[in-house]
Ligand binder design. Structure first.
Ligand SMILES: NC(=O)C1=CN([C@@H]2O[C@H](COP(=O)(O)OP(=O)(O)OC[C@H]3O[C@@H](n4cnc5c(N)ncnc54)[C@H](OP(=O)(O)O)[C@@H]3O)[C@@H](O)[C@H]2O)C=CC1
Ligand SMILES: Nc1nc2c(ncn2[C@@H]2O[C@H](COP(=O)(O)O)[C@@H](O)[C@H]2O)c(=O)[nH]1
Ligand SMILES: [K+]
Length: 485
């Protein structure tokens, strides 16, 4: 990446402070762009779902991995739950979507409580594993909540066989005038396909492990039995380990990392699979050097840019994210390592700029919290707008949860050091309520940014990007106007 006309910025910059200038390009189609990452995780998209309790759960992990990204399960989730989640994600079909499954005798009220959990807004009624009916949201419109699902379901007009050609499946949905269809193998339900899902399958490639199952990551903190926890996460099937703490450039992290690496190496010796280790967060050259020297494959960059994060206001510590990523990525590259840009992403442009600054992948939290697939309950404000609650992992709410095994006194004391918001409202975009809708937006923006720069790959983009510095008016000029002025 170079700054426009060779200028060198005199102060640190964040995503809003910068813009990219188009360059002569031989990449004539946005479809010629390959967004595969170089961090060894196996993602085909440079998108990582942040290890936040309000963001990364089973549905999020599965849905994002099917489109090529990866989610990192938070360090606060109890191990049995991590094992269950990894197992379910690895058990989900890499192409077909996971349906909401319900029994014929269940009340409609039960169906309505789960219907919004998947973007396809439909449920498959099963009997002994076979799809016998379909219910879409419109079927439940004026129905008594105690009616049974069997009364409102209709027989599927189309049932597809596993392995069906995806293009042919799309045509069959079109011919049968249906939006979705169950897919079966030997009569048993394997998943569903939707029109949008089939289109996405043609554009995205899932992030898969060596056995062809969806990828998932898991985080571990720096306190407690770190090697034991790392070994358990690896045994559970995590494809990437994230050693995560607010201040990643501290001795405790440097002590913990070798233990995690030893667990990783033992796992590799036993299974033949090498799991990349990510560590953070830092924002300086020295931080990257120390974490890479301690063995991190990837360094996570970002102190204070997160939407739920109050660190900068509480402490004055942090660094504008574009400059932090730029310096850290340059340092990591010189040491044969990579960085993830973590936090502060609000628009697709921010992902493009993080990649221009040299990130191998970009971690996103709060934006994804406001989607159907995040773990939180769907709520409505006084105007009826749908939202989900997000909260920081250093908020009193998260700290209370993380310290549940401590004495009441120690717990209360920990909460005093809160550096995050406990209840942010992340509104769902009515036009893009699902995480895949957000991914579509990100990927389309990033692919386009690549062709403007004349880059086919993330590596080329990083080399070719030309970045200028703008003031608030420059940023403002780029925003669309929905009304006249
Ligand atoms: N990227 C960011 O800007 C930030 C991210 N977070 C996220 O919040 C989650 C919880 O992280 P964390 O707060 O580290 O909690 P953890 O409980 O994981 O561990 C923090 C450890 O580091 C010690 N520590 C020393 N100095 C600091 C400091 N300035 N801030 C925090 N801990 C410090 C703590 O000791 P003691 O408590 O005794 O001081 C404790 O032992 C993580 O997911 C992290 O990524 C949190 C803040 C900033
Ligand atoms: N200082 C804090 N940072 C936090 C907290 N919870 C999460 N985070 C960081 O934010 C990113 C995600 O950023 P977003 O803008 O996409 O939401 C996450 O990965 C953490 O590094 C917190 O409580 N305090
Ligand atoms: K912030």
């Amino acid at each position: 990446m170079e700054f426009l006309n060779g200028t060198q910025p005199t102060h640190d910059l964040t995503y809003a402070d910068v813009f990219m200038v188009p360059s002569r390009s031989a990449v004539v189609s946005r479809l010629d762009v390959d967004l595969g990452t170089a961090d060894g995780v196996g993602t085909t998209l440079p998108v990582v779902v942040a290890n936040m309790t309000a963001v990364a759960g089973r549905r999020m992990a599965e849905t994002v991995a099917r489109r090529g990204g990866v989610a990192v399960l938070p360090q606060d989730i109890p191990l049995p739950e991590v094992r269950r989640t990894v197992e379910r994600v690895k058990g989900s079909h890499p192409v077909y979507e996971t349906p909401i499954v319900i029994e014929r005798s269940a009340p409609v009220a039960q169906l309505l409580s789960v219907m919004h959990k998947r973007a396809h807004h439909a449920a498959v009624v099963v009997e002994a594993g076979r799809p016998i009916g379909l219910v879409t949201e419109s079927d439940t419109g004026e129905v008594d909540r105690f009616a049974s699902v069997g009364d409102v379901m209709s027989e599927p007009r189309l049932v597809l066989e596993e392995g069906v050609d995806l293009r042919a499946a799309y045509e069959q949905l079109e011919e049968n005038r249906v939006e979705l269809a169950p897919v079966v193998a030997g009569g048993l339900l394997r998943g569903i396909v939707t029109r949008t899902g089939l289109l996405r399958s043609a554009i995205y490639r899932p992030a898969l492990d060596a056995e062809g199952r969806l990828c998932i990551g898991a985080a571990v903190g720096i306190n407690g039995d770190v090697p034991g926890k790392a070994a358990e996460l690896l045994a559970a099937g995590a494809d990437v380990l994230v050693v995560d703490t607010a201040h990643g450039h501290q001795e405790k992290m440097l002590e913990a990392l070798p233990h995690v690496l030893a667990a990783r190496d033992a796992h590799e010796a036993a299974t033949g699979h090498r799991v990349p280790v990510v560590a953070g967060n830092v924002v300086s050259r020295g931080g990257v050097e120390d974490l890479v020297a301690a063995g991190a494959d990837v360094v996570k960059v970002g102190v204070g840019p997160g939407a739920m994060c109050t660190t900068r206001m509480m402490t004055g510590v942090g660094r504008p994210q574009f400059s932090a990523v730029l310096e850290c990525a340059e340092t990591a590259r010189g040491l044969g390592a990579q960085v993830w840009a973590d936090g502060g992403v609000k628009y697709p442009r921010d992902v493009a700029l993080a990649l221009a600054a040299g990130a191998a992948s970009v971690m996103i939290g709060s934006w994804f919290a406001g989607t159907l697939e995040s773990p939180g309950d769907l709520m409505r404000d006084a105007d009826g707008r749908a939202y989900k609650e997000s909260f920081g992992m250093a908020s009193a709410r998260a700290v209370r949860n993380r310290t549940r095994d401590l004495s009441a006194f120690d717990r209360a004391r920990s909460e005093l050091f809160e550096e995050g918001i406990s209840s942010g409202r992340m509104f769902l975009d009515p036009l893009r309520p699902g995480v895949e809708d957000v991914l579509d937006q990100i990927v389309s923006g990033v692919r386009s940014a690549f062709t403007y720069a004349g880059a086919r790959t993330i590596g080329e983009f990083h080399t070719r990007a030309v970045v200028g510095v703008q003031g608030a008016a420059g940023y403002e000029e780029g925003r669309p106007r929905h009304t006249s002025w």
